[in-house]
Design a protein around this ligand. Structure first.
Ligand SMILES: Cc1ncc(COP(=O)(O)O)c(C=O)c1O
Length: 354
């Protein structure tokens, strides 16, 4: 048996929802997309959302709808996948990559403060691995915030749900995400004008005048129907994630590693269960060896971020991101793990950290 790092939760209701769309012959963006947008907006307590083809596209459309383009600067953390960086580059803006707070893996507000200039137009703030970034500190900078909720739904920061705080929120419905539709994304906002601009950008036709950046990035009704069916189970998914995290925490207490932290005033929804192995910091291949040992025991663990952004950009001076990249390990945690698989993971954890 090899336990994958991630596996979507697909149940009869997801399959039924997709089949009903196929039977209806209404496959392209239609009523299901509208309902999914309304469902997600209600989830965040926002007036509306605009469904698109991916989280990356949602970021790009958000930046364009905010009027961000050539010569503008956008701050983002280095420790995240390449999607936010690519979105900034695609609109012609300048990425200002900053270091993270190592304990929480999220953007360091003081680094963001240092990186701001008169040309800074936005912060892209990913909430990594299920833990909210320090939004309270970031809000004090007074820069418009795009909350990147691709990895975190349902968590709280000072009692406020993530995704309900920034000017714009983006989500991803990629196959391994908290809600999955295969692929897909959405941007949401309380600003109706911004939402209307975003709607015009995802559609190239049936518009009185041509918008130069408009394209076709629409979601299909089939994806939306699956997303909507999943949304109904989101609370149960999160509950299961938190209970699995507690089981792993108990198993790992006393092990020579750093467990996920939950800073005061925040809650964690464990999109990933990421531990830090400080002993791997010095060894070039330390982490790969740990991953290989888990693989041999039938558990597919991973580095949670493939390559930090400052390395793509050939920049130096990111000690916390470098340390995170050298020492973090993501252990499989997802709602569709069976009890037998959880027991198997526990055995593998015990073998690594007796
Ligand atoms: C933090 C973050 N932002 C954005 C994205 C991009 O989402 P998508 O894969 O739907 O384009 C991802 C996807 O992995 C992500 O983890």
């Amino acid at each position: 048996m090899i336990i994958p790092h991630s596996r979507p939760s697909i149940e009869a209701e997801d399959i039924r929802a997709a089949v009903e769309v196929l039977q209806s012959r209404q496959l392209a963006q239609g009523g299901q997309v509208e309902q999914f947008e309304r469902g997600m907006a209600a989830y965040f307590g926002l007036p509306g959302g605009v469904a698109v083809t991916s989280g990356t596209v949602a970021l790009e459309v958000a930046l364009r709808a905010m009027g961000i383009g050539s010569g503008d600067e956008v701050i983002l953390p280095s420790y995240v996948c390449a999607a936010p960086l690519l979105a900034i580059q695609r609109v012609g803006a300048i990425p200002r990559v900053v270091d993270i707070d190592l304990a929480s893996f999220n953007m360091d507000p003081s680094a963001a403060q240092e990186a701001r200039t008169s040309r800074t137009k936005a912060l892209i703030v990913p909430h990594l691995f299920g833990l909210p970034a320090d939004l309270t500190a970031l809000e004090r900078l007074g820069i418009p915030i795009i909350e990147d909720c691709a990895q975190t739904l349902g968590a709280l920061e000072q009692g406020r749900p993530v995704g309900s705080i920034g000017l714009v929120t983006i989500c991803s419905f990629y196959a391994t995400k908290l809600l999955c539709a295969g692929e897909g994304g959405m941007l949401l906002s309380r600003d109706e004008t911004l939402l209307e601009k975003a709607r015009r950008l995802r559609e190239y036709d049936e518009t009185p005048s041509l918008h130069p950046s408009a394209t076709n990035v629409k979601m299909t009704d089939c994806q939306a129907a699956i997303g909507l069916a999943q949304l109904g189970r989101l609370a149960a998914f999160i509950e299961r994630r938190c209970s699995l995290a507690e089981e792993y925490r108990a198993r790992l207490s006393g092990a020579t590693l750093v467990q996920p932290i939950v800073p005061a005033g925040r809650t964690h929804t464990y999109y990933r269960f990421v531990v830090r192995l400080p002993n791997c910091a010095g060894a070039t291949d330390g982490l790969s060896e740990v991953i290989a040992r888990f693989e041999a025991r039938g558990v597919h663990c991973r580095k949670p971020v493939f390559r930090s952004l400052h390395r793509y950009l050939d920049l130096d001076g990111f000690p916390s991101t470098d340390e995170a990249e050298r020492t973090t390990l993501s252990i499989p945690l997802f709602p569709s793990l069976t009890d037998e698989e959880v027991a198997h993971i526990q055995v593998a954890l015990r073998s690594e950290w007796p």
